[in-house]
Design a protein around this ligand. Structure first.
Ligand code: MEV
Length: 425
């Protein structure tokens, strides 16, 4: 077990195309945002485990002794132990089949079972019927702490504080960035992976192999929070940059163009889990109608990837016209899937009045939307759009995309504002 403090960060994400369709095996294109979640892990000898999440008002402490006395065999029964995951990664690289029964051929891990979830709720003191995001964040922490640290001779005493620049539950991957930070910090603290921070360097990044392990555990955390996510959010938060994601297969887009995007938070709260379930039930109810929509969204993602590839060589106005058309078509499809919202319609309407094109990003039902900002746009036009959206009660900000994935930082290299937020000042 490491003895020094660790500071880790991971980015949020924007899905350009493919949300919801990706849950059904289609392609998604996602990019890392320049908004990050920061986690500080402080090991100590106090016999306690503390979790402090100032953004959502969570501050909880557990006695290590009581966690140690827990019968954690439930983590083995149907789920995947750290050993299983390590073995699966090792064996996926070689020609041998996976040796772990709970790992599928793609190296995927099984969903946390309802029994495991109930047991975790008991440990966390969460009411049976309670499924709000604050409690789910605690459950994800306990799941990752107990699963990753139980290989140690004794469960470690530590304090974790997580603070995020990302709005929660807005479709920007805040829960994935949280799970990625937790997985990276706990695996490093338990010396399952090395700390990549070199002496006197401000930032360190893990090797590809270590990122794979971080991503697998983060996916487990996401499953506790979201039920059956596709895995795209944790993948983009782990690797950063711009990714194509399909059924767990991840490839980085080479030299993605520096697209400028206006991000709008409608501030309408919604649940990814519920929206994903609603698309699934619409697909079951109207397979002949909904399946072609998902196929068409897949084709939009593929076409967008092709255009972005062309733009890497020589971006031109014609490319932006295609990107705008793709945005419009996808937004209509997402509305037909039932994940639109009046606030998102309003965003599209305001954008269109200024000659711009928007779509929802993430699960929809409120949350955030993206608006493509062409390079030929004049500053005052963008300002006027932002002002109108702000008047409607939305938050909006211009973003740059393609930020680095999960990283470890020296304490001195982190912004004073982030340090203060983590200190609760
Ligand atoms: C959420 O950011 C994206 C969805 O496609 C769900 C998922 O991929 O797990 C709606």
């Amino acid at each position: 077990m490491l003895s020094e403090a660790l500071m880790v960060s991971a980015p949020g994400k924007v899905i350009l195309h493919g949300e919801h369709a990706v849950v059904h095996g289609k392609v998604a294109l996602a990019v890392a945002l320049n908004l990050r979640t920061f986690l500080r892990l402080q090991p100590h000898n106090g016999g306690k485990v503390g979790l402090n999440l100032p953004n959502i008002g969570i501050k909880q402490t557990w006695d290590v002794a009581s966690l140690q006395r827990l019968d954690t065999s439930f983590l083995d029964s149907h789920g995947c132990s750290v050993l299983c995951i390590l073995l699966s990664i090792k064996h996926l690289r070689g020609p041998q089949p996976s040796v772990c029964a709970c790992v599928t051929e793609q190296g995927d891990v099984t969903v946390i079972t309802p029994e495991q979830m109930e047991k975790l709720k008991e440990v966390a003191g969460v009411r049976e019927d309670c499924a709000d995001h604050t409690h789910l964040a605690v459950l994800a922490f306990l799941y990752l702490y107990l699963s990753i640290c139980r290989k140690q001779r004794a469960l470690p005493s530590l304090d974790i504080v997580v603070w995020s620049e990302l709005p929660t539950g807005a479709g920007l991957g805040s829960s994935a960035a949280y799970s990625v930070c937790l997985a990276a910090a706990l695996l490093t603290a338990c010396e399952e992976i090395p700390n990549p921070l070199k002496d006197k360097e401000p930032v360190g990044r893990w090797t590809e192999e270590d990122l794979e392990l971080i991503n697998k555990w983060a996916f487990q955390g996401e499953r506790v929070i979201h039920g059956s996510p596709s895995g795209v959010d944790n993948a983009v938060s782990t690797w950063g940059g711009a990714l194509r994601y399909q059924q767990g297969k991840i490839s980085s887009l080479k030299r993605p163009p520096a697209l400028k995007i206006l991000l709008t938070n409608t501030k309408i709260p919604r649940s990814t889990k519920t929206l994903v379930a609603s698309v699934r039930s619409r697909l079951l109810k109207f397979p002949g109608i909904v399946a072609p929509l998902l196929t068409s969204i897949d084709a939009i993602s593929v076409e967008c990837e092709r255009v972005l590839g062309e733009m890497a060589a020589a971006p031109g106005p014609e490319h932006y016209l295609v990107l705008e058309e793709l945005i419009d078509m996808n937004q209509h499809h997402l509305n037909a899937l039932g994940v639109g919202h009046a606030s998102l319609d309003r965003l599209c309407q305001v954008a269109r009045a200024h000659g711009l094109h928007s779509k929802l990003t993430g699960a929809g039902g409120g949350g955030c939307g993206i608006t493509l900002l062409r390079p030929d746009l004049e500053g005052p036009e963008v300002e006027a759009t932002k002002q109108e959206l702000t008047r409607d009660g939305f938050d909006c900000w211009e973003t740059s995309i393609g930020a680095p994935g999960v990283s470890v930082h020296s304490a001195a290299s982190v912004d004073a504002a982030v340090r203060q937020a983590l200190d609760g000042l």
